[in-house]
Design a protein around this ligand. Structure first.
Ligand SMILES: [Zn+2]
Length: 196
């Protein structure tokens, strides 16, 4: 886990803006582990930059540029330790990882155009219909005992351990049955998520 991200940040990134889409995605997944992710994210992440640490020239720092133009540093080590993250937050992340395949399968099977505008660029899968992801997850978790320990998949995402396989499989089935998905372009997705 640590090796994966250290390699990513030190060997797979150049200084300056992160332009590689896969690296960008991996970093976003990493950021979600930060105990203050919501504050770091602010109005939304627009760009990610890698800079040299001013005091220790061998060290690299990651900066987030938000949609409103403000910039904030984010410690990848704090992301890794995930200190302060509740079991609930980690469970939700593992649940998102568990349905990742369903999401990508859905995306592949669709006509590649936004469901809300004519855009064909930057398409993302959105949970539509009456139940949004977080509500669905809450309903599923009701009266269930949350896992106390988690594992990480090969992409560095939080995932369920083998002992929680039953929970994972029942969640995957639950999601497949109840989720209504649609493709939205990035702009429409942001607008919808923020409610305007
Ligand atoms: Zn759109």
């Amino acid at each position: 886990m640590e090796v994966f991200y250290k390699d990513l940040i030190y060997n797979k990134c150049n200084m300056g803006e992160v332009t590689n889409k896969d690296v960008y995605k991996n970093l976003i997944d990493l950021f979600k582990r930060h105990p203050e992710f919501e504050e770091k994210k602010g109005t939304g992440i627009q760009k990610i930059f890698i800079h040299q640490n001013k005091l220790n020239k061998k060290a690299r720092e990651i900066y987030i540029e938000r949609i409103d133009g403000s910039v904030v540093v984010i410690s990848w080590r704090t992301c890794l330790s995930g200190l302060g993250k509740s079991n609930k937050a980690l469970t939700l992340q593992a649940m998102r990882s568990a349905i990742h395949n369903q999401i990508t399968d859905f995306k592949k099977a669709q006509k590649q155009v936004c469901n809300n505008c004519p855009s064909i660029c930057d398409l993302e899968v959105d949970h539509t219909g009456s139940v949004v992801f977080s509500d669905m997850a809450d309903l599923f978790l009701k009266n269930k005992i949350l896992p106390s320990d988690f594992s990480y998949d090969k992409f560095g995402r939080v995932s369920f351990k083998d002992v929680d396989k039953e929970l994972q499989e029942s969640w995957e089935a639950y999601h497949k049955f109840y989720a209504t998905l649609q493709l939205l372009c990035k702009n429409c997705h942001i607008k919808k998520t923020r409610g305007y």
